[in-house]
Design a protein around this ligand. Structure first.
Ligand code: ZN
Length: 417
């Protein structure tokens, strides 16, 4: 391996990061997501003017969704508590659902089994977990168990160290869910879940309509017909500024791309893909990869996917079971004198998944793996804001990404499959 460059990236991601955060949460279908696409379109077009290459927009239609009401009312005290309907939740009947809550604690499979006979016709209450961990059980799995056990609704509560409700999708890839689902705060769950008088009225009001968005692509061909794809999702959540998830990834992707094209003569082409509707079941990247021919798929030598890359010290790479890729990343991290946690299994938690299952070596870079006390815990809450990200963390992510990109576009042979 050639010696990697030791300098910090030529382009600082901090300005793009701040600009995206100030536009708002960027839930797909909202004005902040449209504004983010406009900002990023201008940004990528400027790259094409300055360095050559081309910009393209790939339109995509999807089933849009929005929520107008989310609340829960105690039957005993008539006290109302706010909540955040989960993405693709259906509405309750206009007056709501009146039912008892069954508190399933964490909501592991064993918790569902223990209360097997008590769940049907009730609202299943489970807890949100720190997502960047090996032991994490995803809300989608808990939701499926709730449906299987006949629950009439699904409630997921934030942990004791989180303010307010949690948001998130139901992983349904463009279809509405079976039963209403809402995020609530830890305090609301404590008050309502453990009470003997836990009969409540759940009111969720949501609507769907056909919508359009686009993937934004900038590419600069190299000397040979091979490509390195750098990707990040530009969409976010309805709460907060989606700063960690994923203004950090988008800003890092742009900075690493610009650093590489401004300082190197790439042998391979660099393609920067900014996807939307990632939070909706990885829809844009799925659409993009399925639009490629076999030859085009074979020409992509690596996908570097950046999702939630700052918000804690320490980076990890999920390398999707591509052994040679794991070794490649380990060598680069070691040359940078930088610790890098390597996680082997293929995980369907970001856009790299769609590249990986198409046979393209792909990894997701992320911060804070197995560090539940860091700011990474705020992802999916109103606290995922600009102040949770340290500039040095973001620069480190951009620096490491630049090293991986630089090495992968310049080395003579790149065989990671
Ligand atoms: Zn994300």
């Amino acid at each position: 391996m050639t010696k990697v460059r030791q300098s910090t990236p030529a382009i600082d991601p901090w300005l793009d990061f701040q600009a995206l955060c100030h536009l708002g949460g960027r839930l797909c279908g909202t004005s902040s997501e449209v504004d983010a696409r406009l900002y990023l379109t201008r940004r990528l077009k400027k790259l094409a003017i300055k360095y050559g290459g081309r910009f393209a927009s790939l339109p995509i239609e999807y089933l849009g969704w929005s929520a107008t009401k989310g609340k829960i009312i105690s039957k005993k005290t008539s006290q109302k508590y706010g909540g955040q309907p989960l993405l693709y939740s259906p509405s309750t009947a206009p007056g709501g659902i009146e039912a008892h809550i069954v508190d399933l604690g964490r909501g592991a499979e064993s918790d569902f089994r223990k209360k097997e006979g008590e769940i049907a016709g009730k609202l299943a209450l489970v807890r949100h977990e720190f997502m960047f961990s090996r032991s994490h059980i995803h809300r989608n799995q808990k939701y499926e168990w709730a449906v299987e056990h006949g629950a009439c609704g699904f409630l997921i509560a934030g942990g004791p160290d989180l303010e307010g409700p949690v948001s998130g999708g139901l992983g349904l890839r463009g279809a509405t869910a079976a039963i209403p689902a809402m995020g609530i705060s830890h305090g609301t769950a404590d008050l309502l879940g453990s009470s003997i008088e836990n009969k409540v009225r759940l009111i969720v009001e949501t609507s769907t309509k056909q919508c359009k968005t686009e993937s934004l692509i900038y590419e600069l061909p190299g000397e040979i017909s091979e490509w390195i794809v750098v990707s990040a999702h530009l969409d976010g959540h309805c709460l907060g500024q989606s700063a960690i998830d994923n203004a950090t990834g988008v800003a890092t992707a742009i900075a690493a791309t610009e650093s590489a094209i401004s300082s190197l003569t790439p042998k391979r082409g660099i393609r920067l893909c900014l996807f939307s509707i990632e939070e909706w079941g990885l829809l844009s990247s799925k659409h993009y990869v399925s639009s490629l021919t076999t030859k085009e798929i074979e020409s992509i030598m690596l996908n570097i996917n950046l999702d939630s890359v700052a918000g804690a010290n320490g980076l990890a790479a999920f390398f999707s079971d591509y052994s040679k890729l794991g070794q490649f990343l380990e060598e680069i991290a070691s040359n940078c004198n930088m610790p890098l946690e390597l996680h082997r299994p293929l995980v369907a938690n970001s856009d790299h998944y769609n590249f990986a299952i198409a046979g393209i070596p792909s990894f997701r870079l992320l911060a804070g793996f197995e560090r539940p006390k860091t700011n990474m815990r705020h992802v999916l809450t109103a606290e995922d804001t600009i102040d949770k990200v340290d500039q040095a963390q973001l620069q480190l992510a951009a620096h490491f990404t630049s090293q991986v990109l630089g090495e992968s576009v310049t080395r003579n042979q790149l065989s990671l499959r």
